[in-house]
Design a binder for this molecule. Structure first.
Ligand SMILES: N[C@@H](CCC(=O)N[C@@H](CS)C(=O)NCC(=O)O)C(=O)O
Length: 205
C-alpha cells in the first residue's frame, strides 16, 4: 500500500506547524508544505473546518488542531513514547508549554507600552522562571529527553518553543537552563532535522 498523500497547510510561519514539519522531517515522510499567502487567507479560511490553521490533508481528508495532528503522526511513527503513560506525559508537557506560549503571545502582541513593560517584568520575574525551572528538572531527570529515554514529538515541541524563546529574549536566555538548551541542540543536530533546518524557507515566527 502506498503511503498517504499529506498536505500541511499553514502560514509562512513556524508557529503551530513547525513541530509537525519536524515530525515529517525526522520520519522521512514526503509531504506538501503549503503556506497560504496572507492575501489569500480570507478566502481560504472558509474552506477550513474551524476557520483556523494549521490543517492537514491526508489523502484529501482534512483535519485540524496542531497538537491533535502532531499526536496522530507521532503515534504512527514511534514518537509518542514507549507506552500510554509516556504518551500521557507527552500530552501534559505539550499542553503546559501551550499555557506558557499563550502568556508569551499576550506579551508579544501587547500594544500599550506601559502594559507591555508590566507584562515583561512579571514574565521575567515569575512566569518564565516558574515554568522553565520545572521543565529543566524534567529534562535533567530524563537524561536529556522531555519524556522517557528516547526522542518523542514532545522534544520537537520543546525545540521549536525554545528556539522561539531565544529569538524573543536573546541567545543567552537559556544559559541558566543547560538541560533545556541541550535538548534543543540535540533535536536540531539530528541529521534529518539538521537537513530540514538548513533548507527550510525563510519562515516567520
Ligand atoms: N488550537 C488551534 C489554534 C489554531 C490557531 O490559533 N491558528 C491561528 C494561527 S496560529 C489562525 O489560524 N489564525 C487565523 C485566524 O484566526 O483567522 C491549533 O492549535 O491548531
Amino acid at each position: 500500500m502506498s503511503p498517504p498523500h499529506y498536505k500541511l497547510v499553514y502560514f509562512n510561519a513556524r508557529g503551530r506547524a513547525e513541530h509537525i514539519r519536524l515530525i515529517f522531517a525526522y520520519s522521512g515522510i514526503e509531504y506538501e508544505d503549503y503556506r497560504v499567502p496572507k492575501e489569500r487567507w480570507p478566502e481560504y479560511k472558509k474552506k477550513t473546518p474551524f476557520g483556523m490553521l494549521p490543517i492537514l490533508e491526508i489523502d484529501g481528508k482534512v483535519v485540524s488542531q496542531s497538537n491533535a495532528i502532531g499526536r496522530y503522526l507521532a503515534k504512527q511513527h514511534g514518537l509518542a513514547g514507549k507506552d500510554e503513560w509516556e504518551a500521557l506525559q507527552c500530552d501534559i508537557l505539550v499542553d503546559t508549554l501551550g499555557d506558557l506560549k499563550q502568556v508569551l503571545w499576550k506579551y508579544r502582541t501587547e500594544q500599550d507600552p506601559i502594559k507591555k513593560e508590566e507584562r515583561k517584568v512579571k514574565l521575567m520575574k515569575e512566569t518564565i522562571p516558574f515554568y522553565l525551572a520545572k521543565f529543566e528538572k524534567v529534562v535533567a531527570d530524563n537524561n536529556g529527553y522531555s519524556v522517557g529515554s528516547a526522542i518523542t514529538w514532545c522534544d520537537f515541541v520543546f525545540a521549536v518553543s525554545l528556539e522561539n524563546f531565544e529569538l524573543i529574549f536573546g541567545k543567552t536566555s537559556l544559559d541558566q537552563y543547560p538541560a533545556l538548551k541541550g535538548l534543543k541542540e540535540k533535536v536540531y543536530s539530528i541529521p534529518s532535522i539538521a537537513t530540514w533546518f538548513a533548507k527550510r524557507p525563510v519562515t516567520e515566527f
